[in-house]
Design a protein around this ligand. Structure first.
Ligand code: ZN
Length: 277
């Protein structure tokens, strides 16, 4: 049965008591985030970043292995432009609330489809990046991460190890998701008590299958998104709203639930998770 909460007023969302109860009692929580969470920090989507001189290109001319082989300079510069946009963005209340939930709950795993690293900048430590990280660089030939290279004026720069070309460490169109990350994400989704999908359209597979797998594995499944998605009708709790509004409210509700259970416990029997609230 789905519980669809409707905003009490335009800037607030009702967090169902039953959801708070389940979350406070959860031994593990897994959260999947998508573009909506980044958008609330003003990070433009791929398409939205295609302004000015970038507007003339099709996405497959900027973000495929083929595009990189044909015109590596263009692709490198496209990512240099987007790195600048990301560097100017800051974590929003959704990022901060997720970092806080990680500290509060016994076992917490974040899975993100975003490449901007804003979760880590907000303090999240357990982050699986399904689409890579735009701030990281790797060798196109060797696939290895590269952190330092000599500035020889080459664009893209050359790999200090093999002399090959460097590329952004993101998943391009026509590329598969990294296997290890996908395996870890699937495991975290199928072994958690509560699964929460935030700011993602739940359309692009394979990430879109994670909430369904969590559901099939018996997790309580929550969706937080501005618009309905193909998953909304299946979610136990669907909260329509901005992640930056809903997640802080959810966090506050869980915290106050911890405080209540803490006050009901005799001294000396306080679970460690409550002390941190
Ligand atoms: Zn190399």
């Amino acid at each position: 049965m789905s519980t669809h909460a409707h905003p009490r007023h335009p800037r607030g969302v009702t967090i169902p008591d039953e959801l708070v109860r389940r979350l406070a009692g959860a031994k593990s929580m897994t959260v999947l985030t998508g573009a909506g969470v980044s958008a609330e920090s003003g990070v433009p989507t791929f398409r939205d970043a295609q302004t000015g001189l970038w507007a003339q290109y099709r996405p497959e001319e900027l973000a495929t292995p083929r595009a990189f082989r044909r015109n590596p300079r263009l692709v490198w510069e496209w990512y240099a432009w987007r790195r600048k946009l990301v560097a100017n963005a800051k974590p929003n209340p959704a990022h901060l609330a997720l970092a806080e939930l990680e500290r509060l709950l016994p076992r917490f795993q974040l899975i993100t489809q975003n490449v901007d690293g804003l979760h880590q900048r907000a303090g999240s430590q357990r982050v699986i990046e399904l689409h890579g990280n735009i701030m990281r660089t790797r060798c196109y030939d060797e696939g290895t991460a590269v952190y330092r290279w000599e500035d020889t004026g080459d664009i893209p720069p050359k790999c200090p190890n093999c002399g090959g070309r460097l590329r952004p460490d993101v998943v391009w169109f026509e590329e598969a998701l990294p296997e290890t990350e996908m395996e870890l994400a699937t495991r975290a989704s199928t072994t958690c008590d509560v699964f929460c999908s935030v700011g993602t359209s739940t359309v692009v597979h394979p990430a879109a299958s994670l909430p369904f797998e969590a559901l099939d594995s018996g997790a309580t499944v929550v969706e937080i998104n501005l618009q309905p998605t193909p998953f909304t009708a299946r979610a136990h709790f669907a909260l329509a709203g901005a992640a930056g509004l809903v997640l802080p409210e959810l966090l506050a509700s869980v915290r106050s639930r911890f405080r209540i259970s803490l006050s009901e416990l005799p001294a000396g029997q306080k679970p460690s998770q409550c002390r941190r609230s």
